[in-house]
Design a protein around this ligand. Structure first.
Ligand code: AMP
Length: 208
């Protein structure tokens, strides 16, 4: 099964993806994680992407699309994948469709984790992320429960950038909800609940 996750930053896409990976062994492809790794490693791509990420803007399509194509072509992606944070705008969605078509791969569902903006603001400002594996938790967690890595607050989870990220989401990413509704594969879950309650609905919606 191949899934695209939709939803504002902080809606809980990564958390639901982590759960699906643990239970079903999907490959989790988070473009945010891939980009942060590139920034940390100081690669050319990382240096190009950093200023966009720091200001809450989207990294140019050509940089991100290359990254996703490369990851999808790795052998482990054949078992089924969850794309988290991609596509982020209509050109990315159209490119993904044509790539999948050329490889005769089907996109089974676009899962929207739906959360109101005031809940998002609270969640993002108290979110902490593992420097090593990208696991996310609340501010009271200082050591990653998954790998023992150090938890930190992403620069773009600070209040000044959060507003810009939400604006970017509304303008560029939210239109994808209608895009995938039009393709007949949109599934919507209320994300303003505990991760466990959301996950239970997610499995039902996906027929898992
Ligand atoms: P995320 O971890 O998904 O919130 O992504 C963090 C940042 O990485 C975003 O604010 C963007 O600057 C960049 N980014 C992640 N995914 C994409 C994408 N598909 N297209 C463009 N920029 C992206």
């Amino acid at each position: 099964m191949n899934i695209v996750l939709l939803g504002a930053p902080g809606a809980g896409k990564g958390t639901q993806a982590q759960k699906l990976v643990e239970e079903f062994g999907f490959v989790h492809i988070s473009t945010g994680d891939l980009l942060r790794k590139a920034v940390k490693a100081g690669t050319r791509l990382g240096r190009q992407a950093k200023s966009y990420m720091d200001s809450g803007k989207l990294v140019p399509d050509e940089l991100v699309i290359g990254l996703v194509k490369e990851r999808l072509s790795e052998p482990d992606a054949k078992v089924g994948w969850i794309l988290d944070g991609f596509p982020r705008n209509t050109p990315q969605a159209v490119t993904l469709d044509s790539e999948l078509k050329s490889f005769e791969v089907t996109l089974d569902a676009a899962l929207l984790v739906d959360v109101e903006e005031d809940v998002i603001l609270n969640r993002l400002s108290s979110r902490r992320t593992c420097r090593s594996c990208g696991y996310t938790a609340t501010a009271d967690v200082s050591v990653c429960p998954r790998c023992g890595g150090q938890m930190y607050q992403r620069d773009d989870d600070k209040p000044s950038t959060i507003k810009e990220r939400l604006r970017t989401y509304q303008i560029q990413t939210a239109p994808l909800i209608e895009y995938y509704r039009g393709h007949g594969i949109l599934k919507k879950v209320n994300g303003a609940r505990s991760a466990e309650a959301v996950y239970s609905d997610v499995k039902e919606l996906l027929g898992l």
